[in-house]
Design a protein around this ligand. Structure first.
Ligand SMILES: [Fe+2]
Length: 181
């Protein structure tokens, strides 16, 4: 528990501590995501290398910005943001990204699943924050808007002209990579 000594005016310590916990979970998610996206930027191969390699970097930059916003909101609310690599690994509720070198389609298939997980958790947070703290809710909504756009950039590579996703029904990154590849 955060055990805060002060928080923003008009909020109880208990409510702020819950909001800080939601923020800390998203900080781990954002830090994990921008590192994973860089890993993909470095490991994609194949004929569409340069398109995907270059598409990923603006996403890395944006998600790093989200992490900064989230961490500073934690500090603003009287908490102490945890941003060390060990704390991400210790506290995350998802598995390490599972692909090494792979084709652009394989990585895009796996990233479809990564974004599904990240965005679903943001939406869970938004539901809870509607009651607790509309200011943090607003930040989550703004970040989710961008994440959903980036997710579409990924999915547009996996979609046929009938609108079907090659990754439909995949339950793991490896599975999605195989369906997309
Ligand atoms: Fe680079």
């Amino acid at each position: 528990m955060a055990n805060i000594k002060y928080t923003v005016p008009g909020m109880s310590d208990a409510d702020s501590e819950r909001v800080i916990a939601l923020l800390q979970d998203r900080l781990h998610a954002a830090n994990d995501l921008h590192l994973t996206l860089k890993h993909v930027h470095w490991n994609v191969v194949g004929p569409h290398f340069i398109a995907v390699h270059e598409m990923i970097d603006p996403q890395v930059e944006a998600v790093r910005g989200f992490a900064d916003e989230i961490a500073e909101r934690i500090a603003t609310m009287g908490g102490s943001p945890k941003g060390t690599p060990g704390s991400i690994v210790e506290n995350r509720t998802w598995e390490e990204y599972s692909l090494g070198r792979g084709t652009t389609q394989e990585h895009l298939g796996a990233l479809d699943l990564v974004y599904q997980g990240v965005i679903s958790s943001y939406r869970d947070g938004i539901k809870e924050l509607g009651e607790l703290d509309p200011v943090t809710e607003d930040m989550f909504i703004g970040q989710t808007d961008k994440l959903e756009l980036f997710h579409w950039f990924i999915r547009a590579h996996l979609e046929d002209k009938g609108g079907n996703l090659s990754t439909e029904g995949a339950t793991s990154e490896k599975d999605a990579a195989q369906s997309a590849g």
